[in-house]
Design a protein around this ligand. Structure first.
Ligand code: ZN
Length: 451
């Protein structure tokens, strides 16, 4: 019944936006509105006809991708017939981005190509990252200014926290390697900041990976939407009874670096300067569960470099501390892009979760959340085995029902990591529905199993 009510409510709000009348939001020009934000995105798209339709074949101005001219990475397509082969490819240093039948495509450093060949992989297609970008992408930052950079994200979080002081607070869980705060918005009607709470907790995270900018928009705009609809009975119920945390940008240094020149740099990792001068550790290979095992690279130059040790990075250390200090956390979504998948543990081993009850909860929740988004639910390691990710650790260490969402789009042909602003509205609104489902079961995830 809850589910029916939830669907009706969501259907209602998307047809007829709920105004935030009569709540505690201050009526002033500084107010940030969910619909204004989405409208701003749409208007920018309408008034800027130069924004290309990325679903069509491209004619590209090579100057747009000149920033990648000196980049030592390649886009390759190889044959890998099953997930075991794909795991081997990851270990050779290939950052797998797309899987299509027996073919796998992704990004690999020039230094790792030999390793890939030595392991017996046949390379069907190979082009420099610059050539690849010219082939597929021409949505570059001037057109994408509706996306929130680090300062703009802080501004939004600050404003909505200020407008909802009775239930929202903003705090940092720690600093990135370059010293940026990892800001977290907390929604809790009883306590603020880092005070402890016994209410069941839900966590939403974005941008472990720098170039996945859409994964910032989803949790950020969800925060705006939740507070704007705070007086809606369903939202109010969750705000009154849950402890909700939203951290839209876990890797702020990488995200800022990716846009620092006005042209995307395809950064994935954080900005750690490794001893050999290579930049970055893959934060989503740096968590402790089976760290450094299958599917992680130990080469500093690889996009999937797992770091010198588990939790070697300040960003993952901050998450570790945050999670370990809170025994009330029950559910979690870590947003990534792209591929349109809802993934659940394990990612680091082939086996399914041994605890049958937990496994059924994961499968049921993933299937339900997939319904709202049209994404495909599956065990993470069914794609390939990759150790050291967030959700394996949060489930293994604390039993949190944790999901990795690979959000829109589905492939390179629809924009890959840089799908432009036209996808923001649908992606955000679809994902709000699955995020509301997550909240609806956070009190007791086992309730999804019925009696
Ligand atoms: Zn990612």
């Amino acid at each position: 019944m809850t589910k029916v009510l939830l669907s009706l409510f969501l259907a209602a709000i998307f047809v007829c936006p709920v105004e935030s009348k009569g709540n505690n939001i201050k009526e002033n020009e500084e107010k940030i509105s969910f619909h204004q934000l989405l409208q701003a995105v749409s208007e920018e798209y309408v008034k800027n006809p130069s924004i290309p339709d990325t679903s069509q074949p491209k004619v590209v101005n090579p100057a747009d991708v000149s920033i990648l001219a000196g980049d030592n990475r390649y886009w390759v397509t190889i044959y890998a017939s099953d997930k075991y082969e794909r795991t081997k490819a990851l270990e050779a240093g290939l950052d797998i981005v797309e899987i299509s039948g027996k073919q796998v495509s992704g990004i690999i450093h020039a230094k790792s190509i030999k390793t890939l060949e030595e392991k017996g992989f046949v390379i069907a297609l190979k082009m420099t990252l610059s050539e690849y970008a010219q082939e597929f992408f021409k949505d570059f930052p001037p057109n994408d200014s509706a996306y929130h950079n680090y300062d703009e994200m802080i501004e939004v979080l600050q404003k909505i926290a200020d407008s909802n002081k009775d239930i929202a607070s903003l705090f940092s869980i720690g600093k990135s390697i370059e010293g940026r705060e990892i800001w977290t918005l907390r929604i809790n009607s009883s306590v603020k900041g880092t005070q402890s709470s016994s209410k069941p907790g839900a966590v939403f995270m974005g941008a472990h990976h720098a170039r996945e900018h859409l994964s910032v928009e989803v949790p950020l705009l969800y925060a705006v939407w939740l507070l704007e609809n705070r007086n809606n009975p369903d939202v109010k119920k969750y705000i009154d009874t849950l402890d909700i945390y939203i951290m839209p940008m876990v890797n702020p240094d990488g995200a800022e670096y990716d846009i620092s020149t006005g042209k995307y740099k395809w950064q994935r990792k954080n900005m750690r300067v490794n001893p050999d001068g290579e930049i970055g550790v893959d934060l989503n290979r740096n968590y402790a569960y089976r760290w450094g095992g299958p599917g992680a690279s130990h080469s500093t130059w690889s996009d999937t470099y797992c770091g010198p040790a588990a939790f070697s990075e300040p960003e993952t250390q901050a998450i570790k501390k945050f999670v370990e200090e809170r025994d009330n956390l029950k559910t979690l979504i870590s947003y990534h892009s792209y591929s349109e998948l809802v993934l659940y543990p394990w990612g680091g081993v082939d086996e399914p979760i041994a605890n049958e009850k937990d496994r059924k909860v994961f499968i049921t929740m993933a299937q339900e959340m997939a319904k709202y988004t049209g994404y495909k639910p599956q065990q993470s390691s069914d794609l390939y085995v990759a150790t050291g990710d967030t959700t394996d650790w949060t489930y293994a260490a604390k039993g949190i029902f944790s999901f990795t969402f690979e959000i829109t789009p589905k492939s390179s042909y629809s924009g890959g990591f840089y799908p432009g602003i036209k996808v923001i509205e649908k992606t955000v609104t679809d994902n709000i529905k699955s995020a509301m489902y997550l909240l609806s079961v956070t009190h007791n995830p086992y309730s999804v199993l019925g009696k």
